[in-house]
Design a protein around this ligand. Sequence first.
Ligand code: IPM
Ligand code: MG
Length: 360
Amino acid sequence: MEKNIAVIKGDGIGPEIVTEAMKVLDKVAEKFGHKFNYEQLLMGGCSIDANGVPLTDETIERCKAADAVLMGSIGGNTTTSPWYKLPANLRPEAGLLKLRKSLGLFANLRPCVLYKQLSEACPLKKEIAEKGFDMLIMRELTGGLYFGERKTEEVDGVMTAVDTLSYNENEIRRIAIKAFDVAMQRRKKVTSVDKANVLDSSRLWRKVVEEVAKDYPEVTLEHMLVDNSAMQLVKDPAQFDVMVTENMFGDILSDEASMITGSIGMLASASMNETSFGLYEPSGGSAPDIAGQNKANPIATILSAAMMLRYSFKMDKEADAVENAVNQALENGFRTGDIMSEGMTLVSCSGMGDKIAELI
Ligand code: IPM
Ligand code: MG
């Protein structure tokens, strides 16, 4: 098969980690007889430097024309980078939010797995880490607090800022359906996370999720408050299969979940619309402190590329091959600095990419 992939390397460690994912994809193409054509596009801080804006209409159009988008990370140090002197709507993150919205990517899938080889890197108590876990966070990505009306103004002489958290039933229904659909392919349990003891948007969320659940009698549904979920994630992560939640809760909980997998450098993600089109990016940020040092962990980006093969290209065998190669590289003792432990072999970002590509 021939596929056109829009590639947004982005800022910070973005270019390094995406280069390794492309190395692995090229190996897949060679091995399985496919052709991947890449078109490199700018978004985030690098686009501000080149075009004055974090995302151009041209980039949006080129992404739409591609079969899928592979992305690294965007943004810089929020206290020192000149990008953060710009008005909020011209900063790197605004580009990413606009791109997600323009492509209709409402469903963000973040699988969090504790690899048995990495139980040493898991900061949880030994008896919890030993049980392992394998969960998927289904984060709503184009609604809620990150897209509601916002303003900062002086009210009666006092500076006041407002952000709005709004969801309509259709936005909730479509993400709930995605969550139940993936639960059917997994262990058939959905935990819907909300703050229904306080928020109206959460009460509507709960009601709509319950309606959707009626169409999936085989799936067990439970509701959990977001504060309790944050606690349960470190107390007993093995209890979760699919967790579905609104945009900001999902943003926060997925960082927490990534940490207990050993490192945020392990967490892949897929952002999908109603079709099989998706944008694939690691869940972690641009890590400006280690950018350009060939130190970053490329595994999250490589696993995101595997999700692209599986979800957008329907190449299951190929996706399995990439996931197995990652497993095998870990099994063989190769570690980047973030997941290093005693007795293992420290490798660079490109070193890890080489090891994984060799194992395809
Ligand atoms: C993420 C990131 C983004 C988000 C930022 C960079 C806007 O934290 O993908 O989790 O909040 O969605
Ligand atoms: Mg985040």
